[in-house]
Ligand binder design. Structure first.
Ligand code: ATP
Ligand code: MG
Length: 429
């Protein structure tokens, strides 16, 4: 017996009933980013494995255990991208578009791949929209990225359900000094740390800060504070960011333990968090990565960005019932035709109407069918109006026009007058 074919666990189909919400979400974000002057970039989904090892860091969760890595037919090691920043940096370097200090404000959208344990809000193929800004080093641009996401939450109707957490990781020098102090402190309490943290102490000590283990958290309460190790430059940068968020009226909390999972961050890090999704509460996360471009072989080029998880935001829209009415209806008018002659006339007429009303969502019945069955389909389509064309109407060169939702009588409209009539009753997007 052949095994039935199934999608890979954690990799989801987005079915036709879900795509309208996805498209609404994506077009809302795209319009917003256009309006703030960000330009879209599209990178490949597969890159050399080395790219992610070098940028994300060898001892991060992603590189250690979450990447989909394989050898291609040439023997090259390739990886399905687990995130977008690395490929974006690779692309701007390869094409020289940040050369000579050129500013770039970029965004991307697409699937990412991580071999994680699938659960609500956590998948193996998931989708992100991300922004990356190059060659702007002041806190004004960090603030802009946060301000525009805040506006997005407002447009989506989920502003009350997210909160902003901020931290500054300092420059790599100040972080280096802090790391030494933290390791010294934690090493003195080694026996009280959970196993994972003991391991991280050796490989990536800052990650101990975001442990979920209560005993380790208790030890951390007495640990040196990152804020005390910030150099003046980072401190001023962070103050500048907070002043701008205050000026824009955006609430935030400083979370000194926010460190982020990737190695490349410096100075600003932030997360937008919700309590509406259970354990998978971070819907958007980002920060500054001033050293990354150089680390990847480019000239010193500052960078700052974020990525939001589309699945989690879609789940929020559903949970908070912030689904706009207009996206549930995808058909304005449904045309029913009865008999061969009427079908031919209907095709010619509908194309003429489309010429005149290019945005009209007109669905022409396909597959013939009785009056009853076509009418059922018209109703089910969600259309506001049905058009009815049979032999009698054809003989008079008119078409029946029937409102399907709410008031209004059925009437006959002359072929020639149909487009003009529809234009008056269907609001066109
Ligand atoms: P988490 O702590 O939830 O694992 P992360 O720090 O690994 O998140 P990032 O790499 O910062 O996540 O990715 C940015 C955003 O992408 C996250 O805030 C989240 O909304 C989304 N995201 C990350 N991993 C997944 C996943 N496996 N499934 C769905 N969404 C994800
Ligand atoms: Mg993760």
């Amino acid at each position: 017996m052949s095994k039935s074919l199934q999608a890979i666990r954690g990799m989801n189909d987005i079915l036709p009933e879900q795509t309208p919400l996805w498209r609404y979400f994506e077009s809302t974000v795209a319009r917003l980013l256009d309006n703030y002057g960000y330009k879209q970039i599209r990178m490949p989904i597969v890159e050399f494995t080395e790219l992610f090892k070098r940028s994300i860091g060898e001892v991060t969760d992603i590189v250690e255990k979450e990447m989909y890595t394989f050898e291609d037919r040439n023997g090259d090691s390739l990886t399905l991208r687990p995130e977008g920043t690395a490929a974006c940096v690779r692309a701007v370097l390869e094409h020289g578009i940040t050369g000579g200090g050129q500013t770039q404000k970029l965004w991307y959208i697409g699937p990412m791949f991580r071999h994680e344990r699938p659960q609500k809000g956590r998948y193996r193929q998931f989708h992100q929209i991300g922004c990356e800004v190059f060659n702007l080093d002041g806190p004004d641009i960090d603030a802009e990225l946060i301000v525009l996401t805040w506006r997005l939450w407002g447009q989506l109707g989920i502003r009350d359900a997210v909160k902003l957490e901020l931290n500054s990781l300092g420059t790599s020098e100040s972080r280096g000094r802090y790391r030494v102090a933290l390791v010294e402190y934690l090493s003195a309490h080694l026996d009280k740390l959970d196993e994972d943290s003991q391991r991280r102490l050796k490989t990536n000590p800052l990650r101990v800060l975001d442990t979920k283990n209560a005993d380790t958290q208790a030890v951390l309460a007495g640990a040196p504070k990152m804020a005390d190790y910030l150099d003046d430059e980072s401190r001023m940068h962070f103050e500048g960011l907070k002043a701008r968020l205050d000026a824009a009226g955006i609430p935030y909390v400083v979370n000194p333990k926010l460190v982020r999972g990737l190695d490349y961050y410096s100075k600003t890090v932030f997360e937008w968090i919700t309590d509406k999704l259970g354990a998978q509460g971070t819907v958007c996360a980002g920060g500054r990565y001033d050293g990354l471009v150089e680390q990847m072989g480019g000239k010193p080029t500052t960078g700052v960005g974020f990525a939001m998880g589309i699945e989690r935001l879609i789940l929020m829209l559903e949970t908070l019932e912030q689904i706009p009415d207009e996206i549930s209806r995808q058909v304005d008018v449904y045309l029913c035709a009865f008999g061969e002659a009427a079908e031919l006339a209907a095709l010619a007429l509908s194309e003429k109407v489309r010429d005149q009303l290019p945005n009209l969502r007109l669905q022409v019945n396909a597959g013939a069918g009785s009056f009853k069955s076509q009418f059922k389909k018209a109703d089910k389509s969600g259309a506001l109006y049905a058009l009815i064309l049979g032999d009698d109407e054809l003989a008079q060169q008119v078409i029946g026009f029937k409102p399907l939702r709410g008031q209004g009588e059925q009437q006959n409209i002359a072929f020639d007058a149909l487009a003009a009539h529809l234009a008056t009753c269907v609001v066109q997007g």
